[in-house]
Design a protein around this ligand. Structure first.
Ligand code: LLP
Length: 397
């Protein structure tokens, strides 16, 4: 595997540059389907022999081509809206392999999910459980559900993307869990399959996942003692990617990630493990390609103004995220200069990087903003009436 990863980097870069130079209208997302395939294959390799299913969290990237490629490679889908359910059906995912999460499922979305007989609803509140039961009853269906537990584990990630602590809106807190489990068992149109967890996103240390394993083990034991068996344990997603060095680590360390659960969880033979990964699958295969519109010098600063803005990639403005930025047009031996890399949108937060070292950059240069495959295109908007970014694909394999 290592050999192929090494040869991969140089190939990617050459191919990538050639392809993008031919593509005229910037900004656009450029996806490396070869890397996407290699990433999914690595997931399959690392989960071979485990009794598990990996769902792709569509929200990370809902581009039709991307979701179809992932469906074709046999992953399940993790969905958070009726629109995503429809997109996953159109892309060819098997409804049985779909799980549907979210704190605010509306009645029509619940109906759609029941109609399509989705594999599992991940339920986030007692009130939602009541509504699903009622709608399922009206439709003459049984709803298969897992209860989303908020395990009060701090994933030590950005406060906007941490989800497993007691003070955020997700899941059922541990003290409320027995009551909701009882409610689910008693409701006539609910079939309780198991428990669901998701503690946050862009998690790079394994410690929070080890803590999650401990909590899951404890809950399985407790409920088994009461005669309640959970056939499904869903540990969510959240595995992070290397934003600083995308070429050095194009594929996340899935061996370590899946190994943590394989070693940490004491699952029974009747229990199937579910994962919901988004960023780790698509993050590194996408790059935002943009062109320099102006270079603006002031006494204190040098601004590189791009034709991509926060509407195309909102992560830096919203989370202070740092994406690697490269000037694809500059020869390697140009001297470096520090600059603020900004977009054209009328907001002071429309900044991709501050004091960032780039080779001397000029109007017309092509710029690559790396690791933008996850939560890039899917979070793009047309703010300022700017057109949505297009997508192009290449495949070095
Ligand atoms: N499962 C659930 C229930 C989730 O809420 C999420 C993401 C995932 C799975 C997939 O997480 P991933 O493996 O991609 O970390 N826009 C933010 C990230 C928001 C994550 C929302 N939930 C960002 O750009 O960093």
């Amino acid at each position: 595997m290592n050999d192929s990863k090494d040869s991969y980097n140089t190939l990617t870069y050459n191919r990538f540059t050639k392809e993008v130079l031919q593509c005229a209208r910037t900004p656009f997302y450029c996806y490396d389907l070869g890397l996407l395939h290699a990433t999914v294959l690595e997931i399959k390799r690392q989960t071979a022999g485990m009794n598990c299913i990996v769902h792709y969290a569509l929200k990370a990237n809902e581009n039709k081509r991307i979701i179809s490629e992932i469906a074709r490679m046999g992953l399940g889908a993790d969905l958070v809206s009726g629109g995503e359910i429809q997109a996953a059906i159109d892309a060819g995912y098997n409804p049985q392999d779909m799980s549907y999460s979210g704190v605010g499922k509306t009645d029509w979305e619940i109906r759609l999910g029941l109609e399509l007989e989705l594999g599992c609803f991940n339920v986030e509140s007692s009130a939602e459980l009541e509504v699903i039961n009622q709608i399922a009853g009206e439709m003459g269906r049984q709803a298969r559900i897992a209860i989303r537990v908020n395990p009060d584990i701090d994933a030590h990630t950005h406060r906007y993307i941490t989800t497993g602590t007691a003070d955020n809106k997700f899941g059922i807190t541990l003290d409320m869990l027995p009551q909701v489990v009882r409610q689910a068992i008693d409701l006539p149109h609910i079939q309780l399959l198991g428990l669901h967890f998701h503690i946050g996103s862009q998690i790079t240390a394994m410690r929070p996942y080890q803590m999650l394993c401990d909590t899951v083990n404890q809950l399985i034991d407790e409920y088994e003692n009461e005669g309640i068996r959970f056939e499904q344990i869903n540990v969510g997603g959240g595995l992070g990617i290397n934003y600083e060095q995308p070429d050095e680590q194009p594929i996340p360390n899935f061996e370590q990630y899946f190994g943590t659960f394989r070693k940490g969880l004491k699952l029974r033979p009747y229990q199937r493990l579910h994962f919901e990964l988004g960023r780790a699958i698509v993050g590194q295969c996408g790059t935002l390609i943009t062109r320099v519109t102006y270079v603006k010098e002031s006494r204190a600063k040098r601004f590189v103004i791009l034709d991509a803005g926060m509407n195309d990639l909102v992560r830096p403005a919203l989370y202070g995220a740092c994406h690697k930025i490269q000037n694809l047009s500059a020869p390697d031996d140009l001297p470096m200069a520090r600059c603020d890399v900004v977009g054209p949108v009328c907001e002071s937060s429309d900044v991709f990087a501050q004091d960032y070292p780039l080779p001397i950059t000029r109007r017309g240069n092509l710029i690559a903003i790396r690791s933008a495959g996850a939560y890039g295109e899917s979070m793009a908007s047309s703010y300022n009436m700017r057109p949505l970014p297009q997508a192009v694909f290449f495949n070095h394999l």
